[in-house]
Design a protein around this ligand. Structure first.
Ligand SMILES: C[S@@+](CC[C@H](N)C(=O)[O-])C[C@H]1O[C@@H](n2cnc3c(N)ncnc32)[C@H](O)[C@@H]1O
Length: 240
């Protein structure tokens, strides 16, 4: 990355950077993947009547596409008040989509069945104090999720770091799915989206399976509750 590129990405966790960017770029823009490509996986983990939070929604059409697919209750937040104002205006006639600026709203514990994060933890991890800020964000995600809630992280971040970070939180069991970065015709898809990859303690089988520098986005599904953290720690106990 060039000096200017590195400086810009370091600002990805800052409200002023995104405010400026959203003032200049009309959008809409979806980072990494669009909803239709991810829908088969999301439908596995989140039912249309459940309460959903899209964290760091930006000006993507992800929420709109989810509503068109039957989802009824989607709260969207972002650190940028500029984009939140734009989205409130754009979707004033879609009551299923609600918008709020991060820092202006504090959700009660257990408010959501699912939190979907496409590129937001990544942005936070580009900035200063990335480890600390990422941990803070994940603690907050855990707090606002119900006891059986699910956090779905769509990211470019490979398992070498993201998996440890998510597992170390010890709030949930982590499953990993992958999707090709670029759309291919359906019969050429290399990875089966809805099938989680096998995870061992050191991710060695993953490295073997995916090969070096795989051209994929990673989807970490963190499941709380009976099928989540407790099951995960039992599995680890059995290994030790
Ligand atoms: C890479 S963009 C992804 C936007 C959108 N989710 C998408 O997939 O197209 C990251 C978004 O996260 C927002 N953001 C950055 N830090 C944040 C934070 N701490 N809390 C909430 N939103 C944040 C930015 O304003 C930006 O809209």
């Amino acid at each position: 990355m060039t000096g200017a590129g590195a400086a810009a990405s370091q600002a990805y966790g800052e409200a002023w950077y995104w405010d400026e960017r959203y003032r200049k770029e009309a959008g809409p823009f979806d980072w990494y993947q669009k909803y239709p490509a991810l829908a088969p996986l999301l439908r596995l983990y989140v039912a249309p009547h459940q309460r959903l939070l899209l964290v760091g929604c930006g000006n993507s059409v992800f929420g709109e596409d989810m509503v068109d697919d039957g989802y009824q209750d989607i709260v969207n937040i972002d650190i940028s008040s500029v984009v939140i104002d734009q989205m409130k205006k754009k979707y004033h006639d879609k009551p299923q989509l609600k918008y709020g600026c991060k820092g202006h709203v504090r959700f009660q514990s257990g408010s959501f069945d699912a939190v979907i994060d496409k590129g937001t933890l990544d942005s936070i991890m580009c900035g200063q104090n990335s480890q600390e800020n990422a941990t803070k964000m994940l603690e907050e995600v855990n707090r606002i999720l119900t006891e059986t809630g699910v956090y779905i992280l769509i990211t470019y971040g490979d398992p070498s770091y993201r998996l440890r970070l998510l597992k170390d939180m010890q709030h949930w069991a982590v499953k990993l799915h992958v999707i090709d970065r670029w759309e291919r015709s359906s019969n050429q898809n290399k990875w089966e989206l809805t099938k989680p990859l096998p995870l061992d303690e050191h991710s060695t089988s993953l490295v073997e399976l995916l090969g070096p520098k795989p051209d994929v986005h990673y989807i970490y599904v963190c499941v709380k509750g009976k099928y989540g953290a407790r099951v995960d720690s039992k599995a680890e106990e059995a290994v030790n």
